[in-house]
Design a protein around this ligand. Structure first.
Ligand code: PLP
Length: 284
């Protein structure tokens, strides 16, 4: 199926959407992105993703070309034009095309792109088995709180994990887990405490993470926001990742060692159920 995509105010067939070779997103990865989940044609966690988008553009001094209302309208319109029931909307804003120079140009016009990807996000077969992860040294840059399109190292880490038969990488820095290649890492200790790294420049401030922590606290789970070690993770009762399209997904082995009994954890599965229920109810 040919998708209709959005490029700088125009709706185009995907093959007709063209961006300059001088675009700084292409030359310098001078761009940020967001991924918003869609279920039943509705946007999940839109408010959070829009807020993080603003934060990322502000950190880089890129002006978002649309107002908040226009941006929401474009998200809704792209769902309608592509008849998207379930999947995701990818949005990217680059600083725009300019004479190639490391210094930021002052007069570039940002490039705004949105496209959709259909995907069965609710009925994920990995929920039943959990995913396996391999530990990989975190060699990304130090501003991971900005959601930039510099995704080469996470891609390499994912390939490294795949080369040893794992589904994903958990990144490790200074003896502690930072996060997964494209998701937040969490563990549940044997005494039932949800442990997840606190917010800093070391990790992306996950929108799903925030909701899941709220849900966990409301459900009476103790939550500790602190860094944890690979050994702590391997010896945890449960482990899971969160992201906009995986929601809450069990991790059942780390570097070939089973987590708990090697099956998706009951608290993890409960958190997934509660998360999906509450986010679907709040979808717009
Ligand atoms: N951490 C990284 C490095 C990510 O790439 C992502 C999502 O793409 C996340 C965490 C999860 O963020 P969110 O829950 O907002 O999708």
């Amino acid at each position: 199926m040919t998708r209709t995509v959005y490029l700088n105010g125009s709706w185009l067939a995907e093959a007709d959407a063209k961006v300059s070779i001088f675009d700084r997103g292409f030359l310098f990865a001078d761009a940020i992105y967001e991924v918003t989940g869609v279920v039943g044609g509705k946007l999940l966690e839109y408010v959070g993703h829009a807020a993080r988008l603003k934060r990322s553009t502000a950190e880089l001094g890129i002006a978002c070309p649309l107002t908040d209302e226009e941006l929401l309208a474009v998200h809704r319109e792209i769902v309608r034009r592509n008849d998207l029931d379930e999947g995701l909307i990818y949005l990217q804003i680059s600083r725009g095309a300019a004479y190639r120079d490391f210094a930021f140009p002052t007069d570039a016009t940002p490039t705004l792109v949105l496209f959709t990807q259909a995907k069965a996000v609710l009925d994920n077969p990995k929920v039943k088995t959990g995913i396996s992860v391999a530990l990989v040294p975190d060699q990304r840059w130090a501003r991971r709180d900005i959601k930039t399109v510099q995704l080469l190292f996470p891609s390499m880490a994912k390939m490294q994990a795949a080369s040893v038969g794992a589904d994903d990488a958990w990144l490790v820095e200074g003896g502690f887990v930072t996060e997964a290649s494209s998701a937040t890492s969490h563990i549940i200790s044997k005494d039932g405490t949800l442990i997840t790294r606190g917010l800093s420049n070391a990790i992306l401030h996950g929108i799903t993470r925030l909701s899941v922590l709220d849900i966990a606290r409301s459900a009476g789970l103790a939550v500790e926001e602190r860094a944890f070690t690979p050994d702590e993770a391997k010896n945890a009762a449960e482990a899971f990742i969160t992201s906009a399209t995986s929601f809450v997904l069990p991790v059942t082995s780390i570097d070939g060692q089973p987590v708990g009994d090697g099956k998706p954890g009951p608290l993890t599965l409960k958190l997934r159920e509660l998360y999906i229920e509450s986010r679907l109810a709040a979808a717009i």
